[in-house]
Ligand binder design. Sequence first.
Ligand code: TRP
Length: 331
Amino acid sequence: MNKDRKTVFSGVQPSGNLTIGNYLGAIKNFSRFSEEYKTFYCVVDMHAITVRQVPAELRRRTYETLALYMACGLDEKKNTLFVQSHVPEHAELGWVLNCYTMFGELSRMTQFKDKSAKHAQNINAGLFTYPTLMAADILLYQTDLVPVGIDQKQHLELARDIAMRFNQVYSETFTVPEGYIPTDTMKIMSLAEPTAKMSKSDTNQNAVVYILDSKDDIMRKFKKAVTDSDAEVRYSEDKPGVSNLMTIYRAFTNKTFDEIEREFSGKGYGDFKAAVGEACADGLAPVRDEFARLIADKAHLESVMKAGADEAHYYAMKTMSKVKRKIGFVN
Ligand code: TRP
C-alpha cells in the first residue's frame, strides 16, 4: 500500500470521566504525532455499550470525549477526530475478524476476565468479542502505530496476531500495527489503594483524580492520598503510595526521581502532597479551561465529528472493499 505518511490510530471510550491515568498514559501523547503521521482519534461508543450505559449519559459523554480530545491539544484540522458508530465499517470489519479470532484467544484476555467478574449479570457476547472490534478499529486504517496505555497491550498483541493470520491466508491485506506504550509514566495507581490501577469506574471518589476536577478537589484528593509511615520521599517498590505520587509529580514537572527525592528530603509528606497537587492542578488547568469553552458549542463539535467521520469513512471503505474481495464476497 502506498502511503505518504504512516498512520496512527487510537480510541477512548466515552464511559465515565477520564482520569489523569488516561491523560498521562495515553491522551497527552496523542498530539505529538499530528505533524508526522496521518492520525485518527476515535470516540469508541460501540465499545462502551459492552457494559450498560444510560443513553443520555452516553450521548453527553460522546460530546465530552471529543471536546476533551481537542482540549488536550488535538487540532481537528491536523487530526481526524470522529465517533466510531458514525463509520459503519467498524462493525462490518469487526464481524469479519470475529471469524478469524479464536475462542481460546478471547478467553485469555485479562480485561474480559476482569470485566466479566465485575459485571457478572451481563457477560454479553460483545464484551467477549470486544478485542476483535478493537482490532477492526486499528486494521481498518492500515495503522502503523497505536498509542495506548499499558493495560491495552494484550489487546494490541491480539490485533497483530489477527492481522498476520489474515495476511497469511489471503496475502498482504493489513498493515501489522505496533504499539506505542509510554513506559516512563507507567501505570498511575489509585490514590487510596496504590497497588491497584487508578480506574475511572472506582466508586471511591478520593482514589481517582479526573482530568476535569477542580483545583480544590485535586488538592483535597492528594492530601488524603495513602502513603506510609516512614516519612521519606523515596521511590521504592515497597513504598507504592509515595512512588505513585512521585510518578505523577514527575509526569507533570519533568523532574527526575533523584531531583524529587532531593527536593523533599527532610520535609514531611504534607509538603510533598501539596506540591504534587499543585503541579497536577496547574498542568491540567489549560485543559479544563479549553474544555469548558469547547463543550459550550455543540454545533461546532457536531461539525467536527461530521467532518471526521467523512474523512475516516473514505479510508475505511478502501480497506473494507479490499477485504471483501479477498474473502470472496461478490461485489
Ligand atoms: N480498548 C481501548 C481502551 O479501553 C479503547 C479502544 C478501542 C482503542 N479501540 C481502540 C484503543 C483502538 C486503541 C486503538 O482504552
